[in-house]
Design a protein around this ligand. Sequence first.
Ligand SMILES: [Zn+2]
Ligand SMILES: [Zn+2]
Length: 79
Amino acid sequence: MARITIYVEPRHADNTTCDHTVKPSGKPRDLKSGCPGRTQFAVVCSEHGDVGTPHHVKQLAEPAVTEHRQEHRAALATR
Ligand SMILES: [Zn+2]
Ligand SMILES: [Zn+2]
C-alpha cells in the first residue's frame, strides 16, 4: 500500500496553489512574483485530494491534518 501523505497547502483566493514567498500577513514579499495574496490553507491528502473546505488560518488547518491522519489510522485498524 502506498504511503499516504497529508499536508497543508497554501492557496490564493481563486483556490490555486500559492508557492510564493509571502509575509506573515499573507501579502506577497515580491510584488513581481504575480502572487495575488495567500488567503486560505487547504488540507490535502494524497489519497483523497482536498479534505473538507480550506481554512483561513494555518493554525486551524493543522488540526485538520492530524484529524484526517487519525481517520486513516482508524480505517487501517478495522481491516
Ligand atoms: Zn501566491
Ligand atoms: Zn485521506
